[in-house]
Design a binder for this molecule. Structure first.
Ligand code: DX5
Ligand code: ZN
Length: 227
């Protein structure tokens, strides 16, 4: 699978979201939208009404990352609104199979996220219900944090696990992904890369996306898992 870059609007200017999304439109594959409820994580961002508005103005497919306490209730609504991917947290979902199926039934790809301290092995039997597994490479809640290298061994194990099941599930990393860290992620098995501050703090966000893609492609071409 080709490298995909999903810039996070968490580091964008929230008063100019549509313009900020357009700035990376020609360079990126997805627009990553971080929904936070001030309960699952200690930060509050945007919810369904803003996602619905964004969908009217943005041509990139929207990748919703729900950092909320009750994804079972709220996740299907994001898929019904038109988000192309909806990711829920394993730590928050009480009925992940039902919710992942509801996301798919509404026409979106279904993602499952795990925090840095959450193992992936317990979710092996759920892989058939997933289109993407998100391994957080920071504790969720804020942009601009330092990348946690301790997640890399888990990423390798996740890549092996996905390969054993046919390799169809995408492996996303989110948190601290930059030109300094993206090669390590690609080498360990990631194929979808979220980057917030690395893109939106750059003078030219589209160029920042291209630079990230180039490095990830180079590292993937040299990675043992991709051969
Ligand atoms: C953090 C969010 C990320 C965040 C990443 O909880 O899920 O998507 O925007 O920001 P950076 O790339 O700056 O770490
Ligand atoms: Zn995110």
């Amino acid at each position: 699978m080709a490298v995909q870059i999903s810039p996070s609007i968490l580091s964008a200017d929230f008063a100019r979201l549509a313009d900020e999304a357009r700035a990376i439109e020609t360079a990126a594959d997805w627009l990553h939208v971080d929904v936070m409820d001030n309960h699952f994580v200690p930060n509050l961002t945007i919810g369904l009404p803003v996602v619905e508005s964004l969908l009217k103005h943005v041509t990139l497919p929207i990748d919703c990352h729900l950092m909320i306490d009750d994804p079972d209730q709220h996740a299907p609504g994001y898929a019904e609104a038109g988000a192309r991917n909806v990711t829920i947290h394993a730590e928050a979902a009480k009925a992940p199979v039902r919710t992942l199926r509801a996301i798919r039934a509404a026409g979106a790809r279904a993602g499952l996220a795990v925090n840095p301290g959450t193992p992936v092995e317990p979710y092996e039997d759920l892989l058939a219900e997933l289109d993407m597994l998100l391994l957080m490479t920071v504790e969720p809640g804020f942009g601009g944090q330092h990348f946690l290298d301790l997640v890399l061994p888990k990423l390798r194990r996740a890549r092996d696990m996905v390969a054993r099941h046919g390799g169809a599930v995408w492996l996303q990393v989110d948190g601290g992904v930059s030109v300094e860290t993206i090669e390590r992620c690609a080498d360990a098995g990631a194929d979808v890369f979220v980057a917030g501050s690395a893109v939106y703090s750059a003078d030219d966000p589209a160029q920042a996306v291209r630079a990230l893609r180039e490095q990830a492609q180079w590292a993937t071409a040299h990675a043992s898992w991709a051969r």
